[in-house]
Structures are given as structure tokens and as C-alpha cells.
Design a protein around this ligand. Structure first.
Ligand code: ATP
Ligand code: MG
Length: 603
């Protein structure tokens, strides 16, 4: 295909868009790949659409290779199936809900488990029909709280989602493994670096789940790795639980005056000054910090809960969200707190919360109803002694022992994971890094099949609930991830495998000879089966053409310019390779041979 730039629907921009912080966002807008319509909603312009389609093509090939079949469901869906799986509510404010003219409830699908499950239920009824893998490449809608970084977190985005259907666990494990391998091949073919990390299944339910992350400091996901090969999303790290501590010699708890100790650091200093320990100084890890949050449950009910974590750690927002999903978590508001007079701001301690605390919480009529639920970090095991709030201004309680002086409703993984923490499988200290989630695979199990009654008859004629997997790959996000991994200060720099054009030809100078030669070579390379963008713009300076070529990022750039009078043209390798002058008579063969040798290359 030959495209003349003078007729191509493209305008490059000199300036970065004001709202852009990350390289891919800036470059994709400046180079005319995408345009913003609203927060998290983008138009794909010809260049961007070509890359998107090229990536889709690779995904399709790898899906076909594992025997998955392509279908296409609507994005606009009725409420009922999502009602049956509880997701109409559970999905929370991220779900775009709308009404039709008859006042019927609809949604714009954020993911399609329900539809796939129902389609298989309608059409299949025997174990002989399984295993089955279906997929689609489709637009998804999520009203993300913080759309950001261009198409990396959109409110409308393109996902490839597949679903596997098996009669038993062994089959599911196999389907899962096939998808995992297919995804590895997709990212290898794209030349996108990735790590596979254990993930939290979150609101999706199910058992095994892994994410494919592209490691990049601007990513929103923190993941951990150990020298022994453990890798997990920080959200999914399970804290190794220490053994219970013998507290038979721990002194009785004691309420002590701690004026002006508003922070953990101040409390540590003050404790060492006024109430020093004999064995060692007090440390932040001796303090039990209290967090009060409000959960909004899927049915709309609000509940204040208290969380206790060691004082040397902060709460990790994503772990917090994951820990209480599907409930939404926010900081408790003054109105929430007004209902719980026992929670003394700044001095809250575990003795007034949790299962054994006195019932002091009041209901609407002012009657005592119970106590605030109290969750603790897994390190707060029986027998551990803490300094905690004394539930009275300017007082803290010392030697407060878990299991003796207070109890909890359960443990919760909300504390941050720190570099150097032990890996849960004993494989060494963890190291932390950040990444962008490009795909997520789940063994869903029978949750959806059960909710929607998808069963088949087994060999003995017995009805069995089908077990499912779901496998999402963020196609539009991958476009941006590819830009993150393939650019420099001047612009984009595509590998051959997804480049919108393989070659950009510049007529860099005046005169018919230059234009004719450039057009002739462009045509020949196009005829040989490559996509060529010919910058034939008549009134544009060579300097602007060079800058645009660098910004647009085609892997090869041919400059037909001043050298022509000496019989040479220049072939540049945008991907960091060398430029070379080549004789104009041999230019077509040399270029075609070079492109041929690199067809499909991820470099
Ligand atoms: P995230 O944690 O980034 O919100 P998720 O866990 O909600 O992602 P899934 O529901 O597993 O994501 O969706 C499958 C894939 O779709 C993700 O791995 C990601 O690549 C992509 N994706 C999810 N949300 C978005 C979005 N808002 N914009 C672009 N791509 C997205
Ligand atoms: Mg999400």
C-alpha cells in the first residue's frame, strides 16, 4: 500500500498536549495517532488505527493457534444477566448504566462473562462439546475514577477477552495454560517486555489468576520479585504469618500520658524519653496504627470499620481496595464518625472496637447496637504487644497484648509491601518495581456457570456445572505500552511487526527529479508488499519532513535529496540502526531486501 502524505488525514503538533504526563500519551497525540474527545475517550486516527489493527491481527493469529474461535457480542447489554451474577450492583460506579426509551435498564459492558456463559448455555448441552474457547476483540466501557495517560486507562477501550469452558478442573488448567502460552507468544512477537505475576482475583472470584505486566516506572501496578523466582502483584502478596508469641511475662497494659504525640515518630521519641524500654529502644514497629475507613457495600449500606497495622508501615491504597472488594472503601467522613462516639480521633485504640469491645455504637435512634468491626494486619498475631491509642486525648496504652487485651474480627492485607520483606514462599527478600498491566488471566471456576445455570451432561448422563476461565488482554493499552517501550526524545520508533508503515519516503528538496525518484521507489516498495508513506508534500521544508518522520516513527526512512545528483539516496534505520547511502539504481532492490529480512521483526 502506498499512501501520499499530502492526502493523508494527519496533522502533527509542535506542542505536547497540556493534560499529558507520560511519553506515550504525549507522543501519540502529537504524532497524530489519537485525539481526545472527553476524559478517557479517544478517537483513533489512521496511524493509530493501523497499529491497533496490527496488534489485533497478532492476537487473532495466536488465538487461532490455540483453537479459540472469534465471536462478537454487543457492547450494549440488558441488565438481567448481570443481575443474576450480582454484578449490576457489585461493579459499582465503574459500570455505565443507562435506560432505553421504555425505561428498561441497560449497561455498556465492562467485560462479558455473562454473555459468553449464556451463549454456551443456549447452544451446548453435552460434555462432548467441550473444551471450548471463544473470544472477541471488542470495545469495553468502564467509568474509571481516574482515567489517565491517554489510552492506558480509558473509559472506552479495546479488549481482547476470551473465555474457556471445560467439564472439569483438569480441563480448565489446560485451557488456562494454553492461554498463558498464547499471551507469552503475543508479547514476544510484539517485542514488549513482560513479567507474569500472581494476581488477586478481586471482584471476579475464582482461584488462580495471573497478570502480565510490562515493567515501567510510570505503571500503576507495583509488583514484587524474589531471587528465588516468586513474582506477584503487590496487591496479591500474602504476608507470612509469624508464630504466636508467649506473653506470660508481658507486663499488664498501662495507660500513659503522651502529650503532643500526634505522629508515630513523635510517639516513638516521646516513649523513649518518658518510658524507655530496658532491652532496646521503642520503634515505629511497636506502635499499632489505627485507620478508620468507611465501606460502601454493594447494597449501598455504609459501614465504618477500623484497621490496625504496625506503625512502620503505610496503608497501600490498592491493597486496601482489593482487601474489601466488592465494597468500596473511602476515608470515614465526619458524619460517619459522629455515629461512633467511642472513636476518639488521633487516640483511637483497639480496646473500643472489635468483637469483644463494649457495644457503644449507636443506631439512628441513639440505641447501642454493637461495635465497629476491627481488622488487623497479619503480623498482629496472638501475644504481640503494642503501643496503641488510649481512646482518650493525650493518652496511649502500652503493653497492649493481642488475644489478651484486645481481639479482632479478622486479618486484612492492607499494609504496604516493603523492599526486603520476605517472599511468602520463602524464596528470599522481595524487590519492588512498577509495571503496566497488559493482560490478566483467571481461572474463574464455576461461579458464573452456577449463577447462570450453565450445565452439560457428562459421560454418565449426569448434569455437571461447567468450569470457566476468562482471559483479558488490553489491546488499546498495549498500543501505548508499545510506545512507552519504543520511543526516544524525537518521537516514536516502531518495530516492523506493528508499524503503521514500514517505510517513510521523504522527497527532501526541490525539483522534479527528486520527486519522481522518490515516487518511483515508493511505488516499487509498495508493489513488493510493504506499506509505504510517501512524504510528497510540495511546500514543506526538508527540515520539517525530517522532524515529522522522526516523530511518526516508521522503522525505515528513505531520504531522496541532495545526494541524488551524486547518484545516492539515504536509507535510515529509525530503530537506532545505522544510516547508509545507497546507489539510486539499486535502491529498490536494497530496500526491499532489507524490509523483507525484517518483516515481522519485533526489533
Ligand atoms: P486495572 O487494574 O488496570 O484497572 P483490571 O484488572 O480492571 O485492570 P481486567 O478487568 O482484567 O483489568 O481487564 C483485562 C485487561 O484490559 C487489563 O489487563 C488491561 O490490559 C485492560 N484494561 C482494563 N481496564 C482498562 C482501561 N480502563 N483502559 C485500557 N485498558 C484497560
Ligand atoms: Mg480496572
Amino acid at each position: 500500500m502506498l499512501t501520499n502524505m499530502s492526502e493523508f488525514f494527519l496533522r502533527t503538533l509542535r506542542e505536547d498536549p497540556a493534560d499529558a504526563e507520560v511519553a506515550s500519551h504525549k507522543l501519540m497525540v502529537r504524532a497524530g495517532y489519537i485525539r481526545r474527545v472527553a476524559p478517557g475517550i479517544y478517537t483513533w486516527l489512521p496511524l493509530g488505527l493501523k497499529v491497533l489493527r496490527n496488534i489485533e491481527q497478532i492476537v487473532r493469529e495466536e488465538m487461532a493457534a490455540i483453537g479459540a474461535q472469534e465471536v462478537h457480542f454487543p457492547a450494549l447489554l440488558p441488565r438481567e444477566p448481570y443481575e443474576k451474577t450480582n454484578r449490576w450492583e457489585e461493579y459499582g460506579p465503574n459500570l455505565f448504566r443507562l435506560k432505553d426509551r421504555k425505561d428498561g435498564d441497560y449497561l455498556l459492558a465492562p467485560t462479558h462473562e455473562e454473555m459468553f456463559t449464556l451463549a454456551v448455555k443456549d447452544m451446548y448441552s453435552s460434555y462432548k462439546d467441550l473444551p471450548l474457547s471463544l473470544y472477541q476483540i471488542q470495545t469495553k466501557y468502564r467509568d474509571e475514577a481516574r482515567p489517565r495517560a491517554g489510552v492506558i486507562r480509558g473509559r472506552e477501550f479495546v479488549m481482547k477477552d476470551s473465555y474457556s469452558f471445560d467439564i472439569d478442573d483438569e480441563g480448565l488448567a489446560k485451557s488456562y495454560e494454553l492461554h498463558r502460552k498464547a499471551y507469552q507468544r503475543v508479547f514476544e512477537r510484539l517485542g514488549l517486555p513482560f513479567v507474569i505475576v500472581a494476581a488477586q482475583s478481586g471482584a471476579m472470584g475464582g482461584s488462580r489468576s495471573e497478570e502480565f505486566l510490562y515493567p515501567n516506572p510510570m505503571g500503576e501496578d507495583t509488583f514484587v520479585r524474589s531471587p528465588g523466582g516468586y513474582a506477584a502483584n503487590a496487591e496479591a502478596v500474602v504476608t507470612p504469618v509469624p508464630d504466636p508469641v508467649d506473653y506470660s511475662n508481658t507486663p499488664a497494659k498501662e495507660l500513659r500520658h503522651t502529650p503532643d504525640a500526634k505522629t508515630i515518630a513523635a510517639l516513638v521519641d516521646l516513649s523513649n524519653e518518658l518510658y524507655p524500654r530496658e532491652d532496646r529502644p521503642w520503634e515505629a514497629a511497636d506502635m499499632l496504627k489505627s485507620y478508620v475507613v468507611t465501606l460502601t457495600h454493594p447494597d449501598g449500606a455504609r459501614e465504618v470499620v477500623n484497621i490496625g497495622i504496625p506503625g512502620d508501615r503505610e496503608v497501600d491504597e490498592k491493597r486496601l481496595e482489593a482487601a474489601f472488594a466488592p465494597a468500596e472503601v473511602e476515608q470515614a467522613t465526619p458524619e460517619d464518625l459522629a455515629k461512633h462516639p467511642e472513636l476518639v480521633a488521633g487516640y483511637l485504640g483497639p480496646e473500643v472496637v472489635g468483637p469483644n469491645a463494649p457495644k457503644r455504637t449507636v443506631d439512628e435512634d441513639g440505641n447501642p447496637t454493637g461495635s465497629v468491626r476491627f481488622f488487623v494486619d497479619p503480623r498482629v498475631v496472638e501475644g504481640t504487644a503494642w503501643i496503641a491509642g488510649g481512646n482518650k486525648a493525650d493518652y496511649h496504652v502500652y503493653n497492649l497484648v493481642m488475644g489478651r487485651d484486645f481481639t479482632a474480627d479478622g486479618t486484612v492485607e492492607v499494609a504496604e509491601v516493603k523492599a526486603g520483606d520476605p517472599a511468602p514462599d520463602g524464596s528470599g527478600p522481595l524487590e519492588l518495581a512498577r509495571g503496566i498491566e497488559v493482560a490478566h488471566i483467571f481461572q474463574l471456576g464455576r461461579k458464573y456457570a452456577k449463577a447462570l445455570d450453565l450445565t452439560v451432561l457428562d459421560q454418565n448422563g449426569k448434569s455437571q456445572v461447567v468450569t470457566m476461565g476468562s482471559y483479558g488482554l488490553g489491546v488499546s493499552r498495549v498500543v501505548a505500552a508499545m510506545v512507552e517501550s519504543h520511543h526516544d526524545d524525537l518521537g516514536l520508533s516502531w518495530p516492523m511487526v506493528v508499524a503503521p508503515f514500514h517505510l517513510q519516503v521523504l522527497a527532501a528538496g526541490k525539483g522534479d527529479q527528486i520527486a519522481d525518484t522518490a515516487a518511483d521507489i515508493s511505488q516499487a516498495v509498495s508493489d513488493a508488499g510493504f506499506d509505504v508513506l510517501y512524504d510528497d508534500r510540495p511546500k514543506v521544508s526538508a527540515g520539517v519532513k525530517f522532524a515529522d518522520a522522526e516523530l511518526l516513527g516508521m522503522p525505515y526512512v528513505l531520504v531522496v535529496g541532495r545526494g541524488l545528483k551524486n547518484g545516492v539516496v539515504e536509507l535510515r534505520d529509525r530503530r537506532g540502526g545505522v544510516s547508509k547511502e545507497i546507489p539510486v539504481e539499486e535502491a529498490k532492490q536494497i530496500i526491499i531486501a532489507e524490509l523483507e529480512a525484517n518483516r515481522g521483526s519485533a526489533k
